[in-house]
Write a protein that binds this ligand. Structure first.
Ligand SMILES: [Zn+2]
Length: 192
């Protein structure tokens, strides 16, 4: 057999979107605005309504963005959080974003992470997680968040990851509802 190769390239429009948010982005709400704009554009270009990005905290230097690429990339693991973490670790040159000598890394996500992304986050080295929509908001749109432990916030915090909920939550919910209202096929029912 021929062993397949794998590359991970964000859509070309992401660079154009990032140019509208020159960094560093010191205001936490502005970081979420960037992430929600990435999610909005991902919807417009045929992807799922999810985006994420890794910043340094509190400086707000963008390390890597991510958007949901499950359908585009043909892979169930390409949730926005996973894509952002993979690209951030590539940019940092290290699988552990919390390794000694590195700045504090924050992951900003348009919605709470699904079961898979909670697991990935716990091993990534990020020290802060900022979420827009809640899991219940995402599930109300018809997405499956997986078998996530009810005490996932406490579990992450025990691993040294501070969880900040509800950042621009109404705007994040509006994106999810807009996606559903537009009658977009739930080509993947996996949230994230
Ligand atoms: Zn996920």
């Amino acid at each position: 057999m021929t062993v397949p190769h794998l590359t991970l390239n964000l859509p070309a429009w992401v660079d154009i979107c990032l140019a509208e948010f020159p960094g560093p982005i010191t205001a936490p709400e502005e970081r979420m605005r960037l992430v929600l704009e990435l999610a909005r554009q991902n919807i417009a270009y045929g992807g799922g309504p999810f985006a994420a990005a890794v910043f340094t905290h509190p400086e707000g230097v963008l390390l890597a963005p991510g958007v949901n690429m499950v359908v585009a990339g043909g892979s169930s693991v390409l949730h926005a959080v996973i894509v952002a973490l993979m690209l951030a670790q590539k940019a940092a040159g290290c699988y552990d974003l919390g390794a000694g000598g590195q700045p504090v890394r924050e992951l900003v996500a348009s919605c709470e992470p699904c079961a898979m992304c909670v697991g990935a986050l716990s091993r990534s080295g990020v020290r802060r997680l900022v979420c827009g929509a809640r899991g219940e908001d995402t599930q109300a749109t018809g997405f499956d968040m997986g078998d996530k432990p009810g005490d996932w916030v406490a579990k992450l915090e025990r691993r040294g990851i501070t969880v900040v909920p509800d950042q621009l939550r109404p705007a994040a919910i509006a994106l999810l509802r807009g996606y559903r209202a537009a009658g977009r096929a739930m080509d993947t029912d996996q949230g994230g």
